[in-house]
Design a protein around this ligand. Structure first.
Ligand code: FMN
Ligand code: 7N5
Length: 328
């Protein structure tokens, strides 16, 4: 988790000069849609834990900013409620043992008008989260996986220091047997664009392209899964090379401001997903707080583009970078 931020910090940009940036724009396409800035909100579970309106408030902020909102399969508000905010909504999915429930969720996402499905592939089981275990993490009774019906409620039998009810619950639901054959099946049951989230190895990126995926997200899940996994700013360039323009390449994990977005573009990304900063905004100020976070990142990106001599996103993708030696 710490290395994600450090890796972005170590990237150095080579600004261009005497380029007319007076009319600069960060407009581009992301997940097949026109967007004012190349970012979307990452899927994050259980947002009513942070604010009573949860995902509905966060998605409203995305709608105001004009950027896509990815609703977690483990969201505490339903995909229908999220889509009703007017945000371009992407449904995130985990591979479930209950294939009937998985198929039903695909159908609900389609019916709700989702613009894409995002299959997260880096959670065969939940990572070992020591603070969750030490604190005996248990969901409050009102924080449930609203999309999963009866399966979304709490596990009464689990509690106390040394246990995580969230890890136990996902262990019951998620199927660690996911393989590329299953990805091909998922590709075959929907016409929506398919995104795979959690790619780090360029060979997996090539397999994703071969499976007919429209977008890969270079992600280590914000450092929440495999401790010691490579930072995404380090992994990104090889994935961009392997994909070679055959699908979109998004990146997340450690993006904290507009300069990080510019660095991601310079490393070849189509755009970024923003994770925790959105939750901080949501916790601090609900929909307005989340909207302020998106505004700040957008403002910072526009400024950084001016200072780097980039009138548009394509020129940002052509910026040269280097990697600094040590930490600052
Ligand atoms: C509280 C929390 C819950 C998350 N829940 C999900 C989830 O339900 N599905 C998913 O694919 N990723 C989930 N993630 C991972 C994020 O989508 C994203 O990959 C990560 O947070 C990006 O890193 P960042 O927080 O450093 O921006 C979660 C992350 C956090 C912090
Ligand atoms: C609650 C299900 C898993 C959410 C998740 O992906 C995360 O906490 O990182």
């Amino acid at each position: 988790m710490r290395e994600n931020g450090r890796a972005f910090d170590r990237i150095r940009l080579l600004p261009r000069v005497a380029v007319d940036v007076a009319g600069r724009t960060a407009r581009t396409r992301l997940l097949g849609l026109p967007v004012p800035v190349p970012l979307a909100v990452a899927p994050m579970a259980y947002q009513t834990w942070l604010h009573p309106d949860g995902e509905v408030a966060a998605a409203s902020a995305a709608a105001v900013a004009g950027v896509p909102f990815v609703v977690s399969m483990m969201a505490s508000r339903t995909v229908e409620e999220v889509a009703a905010t007017g945000a371009a909504t992407v449904m995130q999915l985990y591979w479930l043992r209950d294939r009937g429930l998985f198929r039903e969720l695909v159908g609900r996402a389609e019916a709700a008008g989702c613009v894409a499905l995002m299959l997260t592939v880096d959670v065969p089981l939940l990572g070992r989260r020591l603070r969750d275990l030490r604190g005996g993490l248990v969901r409050p009774a009102n924080v449930v996986a609203a999309n999963l019906g009866r399966a979304g409620g709490g596990l009464d039998a689990v509690g106390g220091a040394g246990t995580s009810e969230v890890a136990a619950h996902t262990g019951v639901l998620f199927d660690p047997s996911l393989s590329w054959a299953d990805v091909a099946w998922i590709r075959s049951v929907t016409r929506l664009p398919l995104v795979l989230k959690g790619i780090l190895d360029p060979d997996d990126a090539a397999l994703a392209v071969a499976a007919g995926v429209d977008t890969v997200v270079v992600s280590n899940h914000g450092g929440r899964q495999l401790d010691g996994a490579v930072a995404t700013a380090v992994a990104l360039p090889a994935v961009v090379d392997a994909v070679d323009g055959r699908c979109e390449v998004l990146v997340d994990s450690g993006v904290r401001g507009g300069v990080d977005v510019l660095k991601a573009l310079a490393l070849g990304a189509t755009g970024v997903l923003v994770g925790r900063p959105l939750l901080w905004g949501l916790a601090a100020g609900g929909a307005a707080g989340a909207a302020r976070v998106l505004d700040l990142i957008g403002e910072e990106l526009h400024e950084a583009m001016a200072l780097a001599g980039c009138p548009d996103v394509d020129s940002a993708r052509r910026l040269r970078t280097s990697v600094a030696g040590g930490d600052r």
